[in-house]
Design a protein around this ligand. Structure first.
Ligand SMILES: [Zn+2]
Ligand SMILES: [Zn+2]
Length: 664
């Protein structure tokens, strides 16, 4: 279910681009009405990368209609009509909806603005009701808009899809027409160029070409990628990087099972409600000591069912009291069997397991900060329609760690985590990033709508601390209220790939609630027991999403240290002397853990190079007669062309250094 109704606060924060796009939605509705005056409109918000408007119309709008809708839109933009804001009473609004005027160019007797009535009802009592008008088009809308239709610099309709009114599948089906708009044509052209490039770099396409991963829906299941050998290289190189970086930063590594008892998640608060929909359903395990009792109960249950059936066939002669007693007994048996079996869940997050590791030994202030790291495998239930390549999956490997610290240590620890992010961004050439700092909403600490643990003082304190660290470290950030985790403020890291596509990769969260729920304590200097704070952090996110990002970021042309195929040694032909000269080079690289292979075949040289380029081999070492005589090799880089001949030893040393330094 989508939340289409933005609060007034959200609306006030609409960016200029969002205003342009939302205004374009009104202009599109104006155009559609000129072509089909009977059209009824529902919601028309700006969305990521554009806007849409939901319309109910007997004519099925198809992309063939876009041209004539766009032509009408151009007229409305050329007219440069003012977006006029009009305040009305609720009675007036209802009357205008009844007459078909709302979301129309004129009154439409007998054609009630039915969706606008629904939208009106969603406006809380006491909130101002406003219209926006451009030319003849009058719409119920809280705004904001640009000043005039002429402020829409460039636009394009992109897509049409089915949608339901207010996202309710039982409601009427509507046509959702998507478009995008920009301040000017240059900005729009850039956007479409970026989309083209993103399509070319699609991680699913390149993943298949390079043999990185497979999704076996039939035997393994949707959303559970299998890492093929070349994809596993990427996974292991990232883990190596994380292990080295975390080791240097004073982390220790742990390993935990993929399952835990229900009690774990009841304690953490993920169950019974908060996280239930994101977890796989439980499996019930009967330990051997419970099995005999369980069988007795099952036999008795069948006997009861038989007896009840017999009573039923005897009809009127059955003793109702006996029937009731048997039914009660069957119910009791079900309850008993429920208790006999232990429910286990696949873990959807690693934190509770790490909390139990903290609890496994007595802790003192001297042990803090304790930084527990694990590339943990988690399972999350995502709806099948939401699954998308490596970006949305059901099994994931997370670059996870939990830092247990005192309040005094918090700022330094949080800072160190941010530094780690920056270090990674540098390695991967991520130049544009922003941190989304999600805070709580004080009105949702208690009551029916409660979303956050009710610790107002701790919320204030940790949010202030996090904000200060962000300001001090000069990392660009935006603050987003009401989106924190239930146990504390959260930071999502958004990064942009080289072609300017945005990804949310990693999170960083403060937790001041769950350690207490698990009864975690450390003995402080004064011998009192205190509860530690916990920082959850995952700078490299999950392998799935991060590698999906990297594939698109690099277009599959990974830097040497990461490339699944690092080096190929290629002889000019299959001359034995050349092969004998090349073999020790292959052996030396292999002995140094370089992923190297050889092509000594008689295949024409050009074809050998073409094959290496197609495979995206990072470095090709080409050997001909002249190279051999000079004790050299000719270096050729994927997409980089000839680098010329260099002494053999120098080339090998350079490759080893490039890998070790993780050169870009
Ligand atoms: Zn509007
Ligand atoms: Zn965690």
């Amino acid at each position: 279910m989508e939340n289409e109704r933005k609060t007034l606060d959200d609306r006030a924060k609409m960016t200029e681009l969002e205003r342009i796009r939302h205004s374009a939605a009104h202009v599109m509705a104006t155009a559609i009405l000129r072509l089909w005056p009977e059209a009824q409109f529902a919601a028309g918000p700006p969305v990521e990368n554009g806007f849409y408007y939901d319309v109910d119309l007997p004519h099925r709008i198809s992309p063939e209609d876009f041209e004539k809708i766009e032509a009408e839109m151009k007229k409305e933009i050329k007219a440069n009509n003012v977006f006029e804001r009009i305040v009305v009473t609720r009675e007036q609004a209802i009357a205008d909806a009844q007459s078909g005027r709302l979301g129309g160019l004129a009154e439409r007797p007998g054609n009630v603005s039915k969706f606008k009535i629904g939208n009106l009802e969603a406006i809380p009592a006491g909130e101002e009701i406003t219209y926006y008008r451009n030319g003849d088009f009058l719409d119920l809308c809280a705004g904001p808009h640009v000043m005039r239709t002429g402020n829409i610099g460039a636009f394009k309709l992109t897509n049409v899809a089915a949608a339901y009114y207010k996202g309710d599948e039982k409601g009427p089906q509507l046509q959702r027409i998507y478009g995008t708009a920009f301040k000017n044509k240059t900005a729009m052209d850039e956007y479409f160029k970026m989309l083209e490039e993103a399509k070319r770099r699609d991680h699913r396409k390149i993943g298949a070409e390079m043999g990185l991963f497979a999704i076996d829906t039939e035997f393994v299941g949707p959303g559970m990628p299998l890492w093929l050998p070349k994809g596993t290289v990427l996974v292991e190189e990232l883990e190596k990087l994380a292990k080295e970086t975390e080791f240097a930063a004073g982390y220790v590594r742990v390993r935990t099972p993929h399952l835990a008892k229900e009690k774990m998640y009841l304690t953490s608060g993920h169950l019974p409600i908060l996280y239930k929909d994101s977890m796989f359903p439980p499996m019930t395990l009967l330990e051997e000591q419970s099995r005999e009792r369980n069988e007795q109960l099952t036999r008795r249950k069948f006997a009861i069912m038989d007896a009840l059936l017999k009573f039923k066939s005897e009809g009127a002669t059955a003793n109702p009291e006996q029937v009731r007693a048997l039914e009660q007994e069957a119910f009791d048996i079900a309850l008993q069997q429920d208790v006999l079996g232990e429910r286990y869940y696949l873990k959807a997050m690693n934190c509770p397991h790490h909390h139990r590791i903290f609890a496994a030994e007595p802790r003192s202030y001297r042990d803090l900060p304790l930084r527990l790291a694990e590339y943990g495998t988690c399972y999350r239930y995502e709806q099948s329609g939401e699954l998308f390549g490596l970006m949305r999956v059901r099994s994931l490997n997370m670059n996870d760690a939990h830092i247990y610290c005192t309040e005094d240590q918090f700022a330094a620890e949080f800072n160190a985590v941010n530094d780690m992010y920056l270090k990674y961004f540098k390695i991967f050439g991520i130049e544009k990033y922003v941190m989304r700092f999600s805070t709580h909403d004080p009105s949702r600490l208690t009551g029916e709508n409660a979303k956050f643990v009710n610790e107002p003082a701790l919320w204030k304190k940790t949010e202030d601390l996090v904000r200060q660290v962000l300001i001090d470290s000069k990392i660009p950030f935006v603050e987003v209220p009401n989106e924190a985790a239930f146990y504390g403020p959260k930071i999502d890291v958004q990064v942009w790939s080289v072609i300017g596509r945005e990804f949310t990769l990693a999170t960083n969260q403060v937790d001041f609630a769950v350690p207490a729920k698990f009864g975690l304590t450390y003995r402080d200097k004064d011998n009192s027991n205190k509860t530690p704070l916990c920082i959850h952090r995952a700078p490299l996110g999950t392998h799935e999403r991060f590698i999906g990002f990297l594939i698109e970021h690099y277009a599959g042309n990974f830097p040497l240290w990461l490339a699944p195929d690092q080096v190929r040694v290629i002889t000019l032909n299959d001359d034995e002397a050349l092969i004998n000269y090349a073999k020790p080079i292959v052996a030396e690289l292999r002995a140094n853990m370089v992923r190297v292979d050889a092509d000594f075949s008689a295949t024409p040289f050009k074809a050998k190079i073409a094959d290496a380029e197609k495979t995206r081999v990072h470095t090709m070492l080409v050997i001909g007669g002249r190279d051999m005589e000079a004790g050299a090799v000719s270096v050729r880089l994927h997409h980089g062309g000839q680098q010329g001949a260099k002494p053999k030893a120098e080339v090998v040393a350079d490759i080893l250094a490039g890998i070790k330094e993780r050169r870009a």
